[in-house]
Write a protein that binds this ligand. Structure first.
Ligand code: IPE
Ligand code: IPE
Ligand code: MG
Length: 618
């Protein structure tokens, strides 16, 4: 992080949005909710914003492309980096004292994170950000230590050493912003084959920064370029150190500018990404190219002051980017966690459900209450094939994974609706044994979304017992661990049993059960001749799961796709045309109402009707 102080010029904007919303905020617009009441915290974020704007207008402009709910967190992160840079950069203070100041600041931050508040405004905002967005700031320790260490006399033999040094200072900060996007449910998902592109992009950003700040660094006795880059231009290093613009220096600058331009130009890097973070990255690249134009145009003045692109050039990049990003964010809702109670450290995993008071589900935003269903008409077990995520996204011109992401809000809704209407068992089909046939990227997003939700634990303080049904062997181990952890954590809850089916296949379940029985028979525990249906059911992975009464599928398809064949043998089937992300608890209530009107027979003769249906038609 190489932010440079510049004089305050723009007036202070007091309308800092510090929105909080329920995790289930849905709708087209960015969720906005009651503002935080704490005026000190609001003032702290305002200071962070001002500090970011003064230190780095380009970063400030990029943060503006993010949704309003994410900006305060970014200002807090950047303001922290800037303050540390300033402490480390004071030319009139001797190096040891500067290092001690940085050390003291980071030590105080560590303490403040533990107590959950701070007397220093920038640390207060950062502590709040870390708690609010569940950011683990420990990865910043290395970067902060790098700021503390005196860069004087630092030299790099080659690009690899240069990359390691620069990266250590900046990558952890950028990673925090990536975590922020993840927490908001819009991950900056880089395809695995684009990882190298991203690394080059970061190199290009560093090199642009070094070229821009050449004059300031040289004045401070720093030459932050590797020997490998300097050597092909004999005399350039000595000229630079003396502040002399020579043909060798001009050729070196031309070469490095071209290299940085190639590195930041990675059109494929953002392909398939959510258009929001993609716009931020693409605009960052555009701004860097404009910056490199300014470096090229500077000529000898590069050695006397940092070049800047003109206001017109910046506007040419930023105005369309703002329009693009506004459109991108308006298309998708974000997950915005609420503030964390003071005293909870940022790296604390959060309050455990055990011992936590359970709360009722949040009501429907329109205040709609569930219908009254007679107890004997109420299904005990509703199983849902949540279908249509992909088509929901495709209809909107979004990548399919957006549908899976937005679909999580519908999951919240169904759980709330199930609790409100008093359903005992809700089983959700999230990922089938057949879904491995999909694109790796889509699979990754589905599983990442599940993992993120498990980490966030949105149902932990509801009376929901969570369980998982599926094969453990193909799923990532950390996901299996998280699923089992939630089962354990919520095992004492007595309201709704929520079973999520992940890498679930009905045939697989039956095959595994048959194998278990065959083994039991081999060991003499079971007599195959006496085996009945109940014996079979007792060997299923979840022997206490009741039969499915109502099997509901969204997304306009009429098939059961290998879902719960044993349990749903006599289920009432219900198919609806809406895509899953467009469904909410009212659709569940409608499904249950429809079920309550059905006559179930289970193979028996129907009960006599009170009226003759023929005369009804007459
Ligand atoms: C259902 O949505 C969710 C999963 C299968 C994981 P789809 O992804 O099947 O959406 P469509 O059917 O393609 O629209
Ligand atoms: C069923 O949906 C599986 C889940 C909802 C998890 P699919 O979309 O995979 O089913 P098909 O392929 O249309 O039958
Ligand atoms: Mg489907």
């Amino acid at each position: 992080m190489r932010t440079k102080p510049r004089p305050a010029s723009a007036p202070l904007d007091t309308s800092v949005p510090l929105d909080t919303a329920t995790p289930a905020s849905r709708g087209r617009a960015t969720p906005r909710a009651p503002k935080d009441q704490d005026p000190t915290l609001r003032a702290a974020y305002r200071l962070c914003r001002r500090t970011t704007r003064q230190h780095d207008p380009a970063i400030y402009a990029l943060i503006k492309l993010m949704p309003a709910t994410l900006r305060p967190a970014c200002w807090a992160l950047w303001a922290t980096a800037s303050v540390l840079d300033d402490l480390a950069d004071q030319p009139d203070v001797e190096p040891a004292r500067r290092a001690a100041r940085v050390e003291a600041w980071t030590g105080a931050l560590k303490h403040d994170l533990t107590v959950g508040t701070s007397a220093d405004p920038i640390r207060y905002a950062l502590v709040d950000t870390a708690g609010r967005w569940r950011l683990d700031l420990t990865s910043l320790r290395g970067a902060m230590a790098r700021t503390r260490d005196d860069a004087h006399g630092v030299r790099f033999p080659d690009w690899a050493a240069w990359r390691a040094w620069c990266g250590e200072g900046v990558v952890p900060w950028v990673d925090q912003v990536r975590h922020l996007f993840e927490r908001a449910g819009v991950p900056m998902t880089l395809r695995l084959d684009r990882q190298a592109d991203y690394e080059r992009f970061v190199d290009g950003a560093q090199l642009t920064d070094v070229l821009t700040d050449l004059s300031t660094d040289l004045a401070g006795g720093l030459l932050l370029l590797p020997r490998e880059a300097l050597e092909p231009f004999p005399g350039a290093e000595a000229d630079l150190v003396r502040g002399r613009w020579s043909p060798a220096v001009a050729a070196l600058v031309a070469e490095l500018t071209a290299l940085a331009r190639r590195q930041v130009t990675r059109p494929a890097m953002t392909r398939g990404m959510h258009p929001g973070p993609a716009t931020v990255l693409d605009t960052a690249a555009d701004l860097m190219r404009a910056q490199l134009d300014a470096v090229e145009a500077a000529g000898p003045t590069l050695l006397t002051r940092p070049p800047r692109p003109s206001v017109v050039t910046r506007a040419r990049v930023l105005v369309p980017a703002r329009l693009r990003s506004a459109l991108a964010w308006s298309l998708t809702p974000l997950t915005v966690p609420g503030p964390r109670p003071p005293g909870v450290g940022a790296s604390d995993p959060g309050p455990a459900a055990e011992g936590t008071r359970l709360r009722p589900p949040p009501p429907h935003p329109d205040g709609i209450r569930p219908p009254r269903i007679a107890a004997d008409q109420m299904p005990c077990h509703v199983a849902v094939i949540m279908d249509g995520n992909g088509r929901w996204a495709e209809r909107r011109g979004l990548p399919r994974h957006e549908g899976h992401r937005v679909g999580t809000a519908a999951v919240y809704e169904m759980v709330y609706g199930a609790l409100e209407i008093g359903l005992r068992h809700l089983t959700l089909y999230m990922f089938s044994t057949e879904n491995w046939k999909r694109d790796t990227e889509e699979i990754t997003t589905i599983l990442d979304t599940v993992r993120r939700e498990l980490d966030a634990g949105p149902f932990r303080d509801l009376n929901v017992r969570q369980r998982w049904s599926g094969r453990p062997d193909k799923l990532p181990q950390d996901l299996v661990d998280a699923l089992r952890r939630e089962e354990h954590r919520t095992r004492g809850h007595t309201g709704l049993t929520l079973t999520t089916c992940i890498d679930y296949g009905g045939r697989d379940e039956i095959t595994r059960t048959a194998a278990a029985l065959a083994q039991a028979a081999r060991e003499g525990e079971v007599d195959p001749h006496l085996l009945g249906e109940d014996d079979f059911a007792r060997h299923l992975p979840h022997p206490d799961m009741p039969d499915v009464d109502l099997l509901w599928r969204t997304g306009n398809e009429q098939r059961t796709s290998n879902f719960l064949p044993w349990h749903a043998a006599y289920a009432e089937l219900y198919f609806t045309p809406d895509y899953w992300p467009d469904s909410d608890r009212r659709d569940l209530w409608q499904a249950i109402t429809e079920y309550s009107r059905r006559q179930r027979r289970h193979g028996a003769v129907p009960a006599p009707l009170t009226r003759d249906p023929v005369s009804d038609n007459a």
